[in-house]
Design a protein around this ligand. Structure first.
Ligand SMILES: O=C(CO)[C@H](O)[C@H](O)COP(=O)(O)O
Length: 233
């Protein structure tokens, strides 16, 4: 069955958490985009909400489908954020950033009363690390930072980390985030202690943010072939 169908079940189930008058955080990526489109339909039917977007791409889509956006610096309170993920483990720890939006996604998730993650079944893992961990870094001295990240990952028990600068589709130019930073994709294989990696990466001066989301998600909605399964912490 298609991942797209599963993503649609998950995104549709997240609408049950949306109430009139809320300010929502809108995640990024294909599953979050399905949610934004469904939200746009609800708004046409009379739902009244406002939203902040976690990427320029999501902001453009929200405008296209009629979801009212508010400037992030004019937001007092975010009730619910709905976002996708690249991996989710049994403790609701996530790897995010496959789309390169992890910094804004983490800022908004952290500021929200509730983060809901919407995924297809393929994203559930017993241990994080099969998906390369994205780390957003300042462009200045990124090669130095890459070496430091390698050393941190080794010190965290990852035997052979592979740290690669993310490039655009053409493979020539580095990928640049909405915030103007580079992404280093760190293939780890498996991450034995995600909390330690989180702590030690954040201590590096060149690291702006990384894609480990720990202690943020409280609801995970897994799209399956015929329905969505709602997991709550
Ligand atoms: O973290 C993200 C973007 O930075 C996305 O949420 C993540 O990559 C999942 O995307 P998709 O729903 O397309 O599989």
């Amino acid at each position: 069955m298609s991942a797209n169908r599963q993503k649609t079940f998950a995104a549709a189930a997240a609408l049950a958490y949306v109430e009139d008058g809320m300010t929502l955080g809108l995640g990024s990526g294909s599953t979050a985009e399905i949610f934004v489109r469904l939200l746009g339909e609800r708004i046409k039917d009379g739902l009244r909400i406002q939203a902040v977007a976690t990427s320029n791409q999501t902001a453009e889509l929200a405008q296209e489908v009629g979801v009212p956006l508010i400037d992030v610096d004019h937001v007092n309170h975010i009730s619910v954020t709905v976002d996708g993920a690249d991996e989710v483990d049994g403790h609701f720890q996530l790897i995010k950033g496959g789309g390169g939006c992890l910094l804004r996604e983490k800022i908004i998730a952290h500021a929200s009363d509730l983060m809901i993650v919407v995924i297809d079944e393929s994203k559930l893992v017993s241990r994080l690390g099969r998906f390369a961990l994205p780390v957003e870094v300042d462009r200045f001295g990124f090669s130095i930072t890459a070496k430091q990240i390698y050393d941190v990952l080794r010190a965290c028990g990852i035997a052979k980390p592979d740290v690669q600068l993310r490039r655009k589709g053409d493979g020539l130019e580095p990928f640049v985030t909405d915030g103007g930073h580079y992404i280093l994709d760190c293939a780890c294989g498996a991450i034995p202690d995600a909390a330690m990696v989180d702590y030690r990466l954040k201590a590096l001066p060149g690291v702006v943010e990384h894609g480990l989301f720990i202690g943020l998600a409280r609801v995970v909605i897994v799209g399956e072939d015929t329905e969505a399964r709602v997991l709550e912490l």
